[in-house]
Design a protein around this ligand. Structure first.
Ligand code: PAF
Length: 278
C-alpha cells in the first residue's frame, strides 16, 4: 500500500512541492473520517499532487472549547490517506513561531453571525490559518466541505477579496447510515445522544419537504422536529441566501440554504442543506 510522506516543516514541504505539477490542498484538523476521504478522492481527480494538512489550529478555538481534548492521532490518520501524496502536519510552533500572531484576517460581519456568534473570533482564526496554508502550499485547488457552509462561504469570499490564485472545490456532505452528518465531534456523543442527534438532519428534511410553502412553514416544520427531542438544545436554525449568507426576507423565493446548530449533551453539532423556497 502506498504511504504518503509526512512532513512537519514549511521548508520541507516547499522543497517536496518544488517539481510536483498541479497541487491540491485538503485542509483538515485530523480525526479523519469518510467525509475527509471524499475530499481526498475529489482532489485526486483534479490535480497531480494531493497535500493533506493536519493541524489543530489553536487560533480558531475559544477559551472554553475543545482545543485540548480535540482528537489527535497522526498515525491513524496517515493510515487512511493512501490516496494522498503528502501530509503536512506541523506543530503549533512551526505555524506560530512567536506564539500568538498579531496579524489576522478578519471575516467581517458574516463572521460574527451564526457559528461566529456562538464562537467569537472563530472565523478570524480559520481564515488566518487557511491564508497561511494557501501561502505555504500554493495549491491550484483547495477543498472545503459543504458541511461547514459558513466557513466555505467565508473562505471563498476571502480568496476573491484577496485575489488568492486558488479555486475552491466544494465537497458535498457525507452522512452516516442514519443521515447524521459525519463530523470528528460525533465521537463525543453517548449512545442516547447519538440517537437524539438525528434530529438535526430530520429537521433539515422537514425543511426541504415544506420549502414550497414558504419560509414560515419551513421554520415551523423544522422547529417542531427539534422541540420533540429533549436532549437537543437548539442554538440556531435559519434560512440564508447562499450569495450573502444573510437570513432571507419573508417573501423570498429561490435558492437558499437551511442551517442548523445544536448542542447535544456537551457536544455542539452543525448541519445544513440546500433548498429552493417556493
Ligand atoms: O474545517 C476545518 O477542519 C478547519 O476549520 C480548517 C479548514 C482545517 C482550518 O483549520
Amino acid at each position: 500500500m502506498h504511504h504518503p510522506r509526512i512532513v512537519t516543516t514549511i521548508a520541507e514541504l516547499r522543497e517536496a512541492l518544488a517539481a510536483s505539477g498541479s497541487v491540491g490542498l485538503v485542509p483538515t484538523m485530523g480525526a479523519l473520517h469518510d467525509g475527509h476521504l471524499a475530499h481526498v478522492a475529489r482532489a485526486r481527480e483534479l490535480v497531480d499532487t494531493v497535500v493533506v494538512s493536519i493541524f489543530v489550529n489553536p487560533l480558531q478555538f475559544g477559551p472554553n472549547e475543545d482545543y485540548l481534548r480535540y482528537p489527535r492521532d497522526l498515525e491513524a490518520d496517515a493510515a487512511k490517506l493512501a490516496d494522498a501524496d503528502l501530509i503536512f502536519a506541523p506543530e503549533p510552533a512551526e505555524m506560530y513561531p512567536n506564539g500568538a500572531i498579531e496579524t489576522r484576517i478578519t471575516a467581517g460581519r458574516v463572521g460574527d453571525t451564526f457559528e461566529g456568534r456562538s464562537r467569537p473570533g472563530h472565523f478570524d482564526g480559520v481564515l488566518t490559518v487557511v491564508a497561511k496554508l494557501l501561502n505555504i502550499v500554493g495549491p491550484r485547488v483547495v477543498t472545503f466541505g459543504e458541511k461547514d457552509a459558513q466557513q466555505a462561504f467565508l473562505v471563498e469570499r476571502m480568496i476573491r477579496d484577496l485575489d488568492i490564485p486558488t479555486r475552491v472545490e466544494l465537497i458535498p456532505i457525507v452522512r452516516e447510515d442514519d443521515d447524521l452528518a459525519m463530523s470528528s465531534r460525533n465521537r463525543y456523543l453517548s449512545d442516547r445522544e447519538r440517537v437524539a442527534a438525528r434530529a438535526l438532519s430530520r429537521a433539515l428534511e422537514a425543511a426541504e419537504s415544506s420549502a414550497d410553502r414558504g419560509i414560515d412553514a419551513v421554520i415551523a416544520a423544522s422547529q417542531s422536529v427539534v422541540m420533540g427531542e429533549p436532549l437537543v438544545e437548539l442554538d440556531y436554525f435559519a434560512i440564508v441566501d447562499p450569495a450573502t449568507f444573510q437570513p432571507v426576507d419573508d417573501g423570498y423565493r429561490g435558492p437558499a440554504r437551511a442551517i442548523i446548530a445544536a448542542r447535544v449533551g456537551s457536544t455542539r453539532l452543525i448541519d445544513n442543506t440546500r433548498l429552493r423556497l417556493g
